[in-house]
Design a protein around this ligand. Structure first.
Ligand code: ADP
Ligand code: ZN
Length: 518
């Protein structure tokens, strides 16, 4: 098998003339039996990366997917394309499962989708050993990382794949690309010197803006007025608000529907169909909506409420503009949303809660930020960009800045001298020369930068540090007690005297003033 055969299969079964550049590289590696990790944004074309190898390699490709609801759709799509495929999960009865298992044993399937529960269930590995497994594809691989936004404990058991089937290559795929997730995927799946492919997460065609939450209903009407007839999604926090908002918009004459997990499967399928077929213009939905929806001409996404974290936000706005045409993402931000989310998160007491709260704070900082929003997002996903995007509200209406080089140098040098061990609270204490017990215990009162930032109050220090994180000058290590770390860019500030522009706190607040133009 080589890439030429794969290209023929792409044309024959999927009707596409060529691979996207990264798909070709990935598939070349898979066909060489090499383990690979694929980090590619939603819509990038990850499925082809294992479906085409599955077709051309002898045996059956086993796809592990946590989303039972999507398995059926994916299998149906494959069958329509003439590729024999099936799925096994807990929703099926014993005789259905038996029938699929016997098809596998007869070598009649090219792809078998399984839930992680099914894969790890008793006797399943011995069943797989009776088959010729060509490839394991681990979809939504970020679920393995406790630092990610979608941790599923059973995923951590997937390391058994490499132990039990050391000769079968593994392809792990996800649309999340932060550093910790990437590391967890490689380490926990015990992949053997995997090739890691990271596609750019930039979606330059999506215009980003953030507006204050007050009067959001009125603002939405104005927005819709400028987007007549264009399909879009309004994400709301609660099921009730999806229904009431859709009701109100209908009264205004908009062709709107709603979608949330409290509806029956039939109702949900209908709402989804109506949207896909352009029978309705817009859907007011909870985050349950959108997973696996392949609608390329969504022109806008509105967040009625602040999302829980940047990962979710990015995934949700990423449903707009998959066709590459100009699209809009509008986020409404209010402090009461933050409070609501905080209380929802703190209901469950766990280590995860702390992490979720820190992630919520990053989300809040994004909403309050005063530098190019796209740079912040890309920075968050580990891609640093030196230019402002020109397609966000901040770029279009930049706040005035002052030369904050000295402030930044003080902070960075304090981070270096605390050996990158201090979290934000402790670092600010050190900078301000506090005699708190934590400072004294750590001995940080003896370092050179101790008290060097007395002239700036704690609140402002927080704002400045958040700006520095947003700008990629400082990194927060979730896996090391949220300690602050230096980056490549911070070294330029420390050692090459690179200038840093900061925004004063008062200015940050003013950014909430209206600024969006159509
Ligand atoms: P992901 O899983 O990364 O979100 P998908 O695999 O669902 O992305 O692919 C997104 C869309 O791109 C689908 O409509 C798919 O058919 C299309 N696509 C994927 N690869 C190609 C290709 N080589 N040429 C044209 N279209 C492609
Ligand atoms: Zn920008």
């Amino acid at each position: 098998m080589d890439i030429r055969e794969a290209r023929e299969a792409l044309k024959l079964y999927f009707g596409y003339d060529q691979f996207r550049p990264m798909q070709e590289q990935i598939i070349t590696n898979v066909l060489k039996q090499q383990d690979v990790v694929v980090l590619m944004p939603t819509g990038g074309g990850k499925s082809i990366c294992y479906q085409v190898p599955a077709v051309v390699m002898p045996g059956v490709c086993v796809v592990v997917s946590p989303l039972i609801a999507l398995m059926k759709d994916q299998v149906e799509a494959l069958l329509v394309n003439g590729i024999p495929a099936a799925y096994l999960n807990s929703s099926q009865n014993a005789s259905d499962q038996y029938e699929i298992e016997s098809k596998c044993l007869k070598g009649q399937l090219k792809l078998l989708y399984v839930s992680p529960e099914k894969l790890l269930s008793a006797g399943f590995f011995s069943f797989l050993k009776r088959l010729k497994v060509s490839l394991f594809a681990v979809d939504e691989a970020h679920c393995i990382s406790a630092w990610g936004h979608d941790f599923r404990p059973e995923y951590t058991q997937l390391r058994a794949l490499k132990q039990q089937f050391p000769q079968v290559p593994v392809i792990a795929l996800t649309a999340t690309a932060d550093r910790l997730t990437k590391k967890d995927i490689q380490e926990q799946l015990h992949l053997q010197q995997p090739e890691v492919f990271i596609a750019s997460f930039d979606r330059p065609n999506i215009n980003l803006s953030v507006r204050p939450g007050r009067d959001r209903y009125k603002r939405i009407l104005e927005f819709l007025d400028r987007h007549q007839g264009q399909p879009g999604i309004i994400y709301c926090l609660s099921r009730n608000s999806t229904e009431s908002l859709a009701g109100k918009l209908k009264k205004e004459g908009y062709n709107a529907t709603y979608y949330h997990a409290g509806m029956s499967a039939n109702q949900r399928a209908k709402a989804q169909e109506d949207f896909l077929r352009d029978n309705v213009q817009l859907v007011c939905a909870t985050i349950a909506f959108g997973m696996g929806i392949d609608k390329s001409n969504v022109r806008w996404v509105i967040h009625y409420n602040l999302p829980k974290n940047i990962e979710s936000y990015y995934q949700e706005i990423g449903r707009a503009g998959r066709d590459g045409a100009k699209s809009d993402a509008l986020l409404f931000y209010s402090y009461s949303d933050v409070m609501n989310l905080r209380s929802m998160l703190t209901e469950g007491e766990s280590k995860q809660t702390e992490l979720q709260l820190v992630k919520l704070e990053r989300m809040q900082q994004f909403a309050e930020a005063a530098i190019c929003r796209r740079r912040i997002l890309l920075q968050y996903f580990g891609e640093s960009q030196s230019k402002n995007c020109g397609n966000c509200d901040i770029c279009r209406n930049p706040p005035t800045t002052f030369d904050g080089t000295l402030i930044a140098q003080k902070a960075l040098s304090a981070i270096a001298r605390t050996q990158e061990k201090a979290n934000m609270g402790l670092l600010i204490d050190v900078l301000r020369g506090s005699r708190s017990s934590q400072v004294l215990q750590s001995g940080f009162d003896r370092i050179k930068t101790y008290g060097a930032g007395r002239d700036v109050n704690s609140m402002d220090w927080q704002r400045y540090l958040h700006q520095m994180i947003n700008a990629g000058l400082v990194e927060m290590a979730y896996d090391q007690n949220y300690s602050l770390k230096l980056t490549e860019q911070s070294k330029k500030v420390l050692f090459e005297n690179r200038k840093v522009e900061l925004v004063k706190f008062e200015e940050v607040k003013q950014v909430e003033a209206p600024l969006v133009k159509a």
